[in-house]
Structure formats: structure tokens, C-alpha cells
Design a protein around this ligand. Sequence first.
Ligand SMILES: [Zn+2]
Length: 153
Amino acid sequence: MNNYKRQFFKLITLSFVSTVFLPFKILYSATKKIINQNLSNEQKNIMFNEGTERPYSSPLNHEKRTGFFHCANCGAKLFSSKAKFDSGTGWPSFTESLPGAFKTKIDYSLGMKRIEYHCAKCGVHHGHVFPNGLTKKRFCNNGLCLIFIPDNN
Ligand SMILES: [Zn+2]
């Protein structure tokens, strides 16, 4: 009998939690808009469902030219190549973003607390920002969410 009670309370708690948080989730996803109509399904999955591309899959891992990284959905300028570094994690990594490029949100998925960031202009998910060393941050960005435009273009 106790077991049933426990199940019952679990169900009540779960439905309460989802009722309270669902509107936030809907509100959050409502701020994201498809601007680039040519996004692939993989890009959409990362940008709109907070997916993650396979590590070491992005050609931007090896991008070393000077220029700027833009949002693949809305074109907003997000990172300077000066902030890019090789983190060895398999995703394009940056020590800092351009001012005002992103907004952040605490993400508890995968059973841990991480800071998720999304494009301040169009709202799509880009990656997570982690502490790195004493003062530096590491923006771990999905390459599929970025478009690189070299300076002399
Ligand atoms: Zn954007």
C-alpha cells in the first residue's frame, strides 16, 4: 500500500512541476524564430531543442583565420576570431563573446547545473558556458549554429 502512495505522490509532484514550468518552457521557445529558411534538420534540432552536435564534427574547430562568427539563424555577430581557442573538447570554443551577443539561462538537463546561452537577437540555442581557469570563461559553441565570415571578404 505504501508503494502505491509513494507512486501517487510522485505523480502529483510531477504533474505539479510540469504545470508550473510548462508555461515558462512555452514562453521561452516562443521567443525563438526561424529566420534562415535553409536551416538543416540537425541545425534546427540544436537551435530549437537544445541539441548538441557530435564532438570533432565541426569544420570550424580548425578555423584559424581572422574574422567574425555569426549566428547561422539570424546573422548576428557573436564572436571575434580573437576570442577563439583550441579547448581540445571537440567544439569551437571562445573565451568571450561580443558584448550583448547572448542571453543565458540555467540548464538542469543531464542532471547537472550548466549555463546555457542563446542568441540575444533571435533566441536560438548555441551552447553552454563553463568556468575555465581562474578568470576566463569557455563558450562551448555548436559549430552548426555558427557561420564564419573572414575579414577580407
Ligand atoms: Zn541569432
